[in-house]
Design a protein around this ligand. Structure first.
Ligand code: HPA
Length: 275
């Protein structure tokens, strides 16, 4: 049985976290590169380092802290991952999504996933926010491979509404009310860690991708398997390879996310009470 499908491991991690706080989180938050600012707004929270939690993997990427925070935001009890796991770190997809299983065991019913992504759609600009309408799993991997534990979800998980229509409509309405421009498009999840070639970006565009990144898809597949409602927001941190005549860098990604963090925070803070 694959690691993430082991019910005991999920329960041991959840039990460790439950012993740290009486709060029962309802909403899960996974914050992408440079988007961890939300963590500063958490009230009456506890912070648990990933390395303390039984069976939790460890973050290895600059710009990705390794902490789980549990507390209140806008009156909602939340559990927040500050820093996530990627397949390019060498983890299997079921390991990158293990924390989603643990958040489900803690009681969440909805999940906000955020990430930094390259803009594939040439109408986009660095600094845009994109509501994730759907995704393309381009990793060639799936976190649900292996024996299925029926206690966790069904064998053949429905992905026809991976990103909740209700939550997308909500996010669009709130963005409009707040005057925050919001693109809506398809996120293509790649393995990384190298950025894409210009030819790969042209391919993704033909396939219907609007943004490209190296995270999120495994987490969302596991969340849907677990019956969790998902909202996804990408920060377009750069235009994807070959669109502008300039190289891509992690520094650019971090700089852009720093610039949009206020807009991002305003949107997310307004959405969380309704999730
Ligand atoms: N490609 C893949 N992942 C990314 C990018 C990109 O251009 N920008 C931020 N994450």
């Amino acid at each position: 049985m694959t690691q993430a499908l082991n019910y005991n491991m999920i329960e041991e991690a959840a039990a460790y976290i439950r012993a740290k706080t009486p709060l029962k989180p309802e909403v899960g938050l996974i914050l992408g590169s440079g988007l961890g600012v939300l963590a500063d707004l958490i009230e009456q929270g506890v912070t648990i380092s990933y390395d303390e939690i039984p069976h939790f993997p460890q973050s290895t990427v600059e710009g990705h802290a390794g902490e789980l925070l549990i507390g209140q935001i806008q009156g909602r009890a939340v559990v927040m991952m500050k820093g996530r796991f990627h397949m390019y770190e060498g983890y299997g997809p079921e390991v990158t999504a293990f924390p989603v299983r643990v958040m489900k065991a803690l009681g969440i019913s909805s999940l906000l996933v955020t990430n930094a992504a390259g803009g594939v759609n040439t109408d986009y600009r660095a600094g845009d926010l994109m509501l994730i309408a759907d995704h393309l799993n381009m990793t060639g991997r799936n976190p649900l491979i292996g024996p299925n534990d029926n206690a966790l979800g069904v064998r053949f998980s429905d992905m026809s509404e991976a990103y909740s229509r209700r939550l997308r409509e909500l996010a669009k309405r709130i963005a409009q009310e707040q005057g925050i421009p919001l693109q809506e498009g398809v996120y293509a999840g790649m393995l990384g860690p190298s950025y894409e070639t210009p030819a790969e970006i042209r391919m993704l565009r033909v396939l219907g991708g609007d943004a490209v990144g190296m995270s999120t898809v495994s987490e969302v597949i596991v969340a849907r398997h677990a019956g969790i409602e998902v909202l996804g927001i990408s920060c377009i941190s750069n235009m994807a390879a070959g669109i502008l005549d300039q190289p891509l860098s992690h520094e650019e990604v971090m700089e852009t996310t720093e610039l949009v963090k206020e807009k991002f925070l305003n949107l997310v803070l307004a959405v969380i009470p309704h999730m």
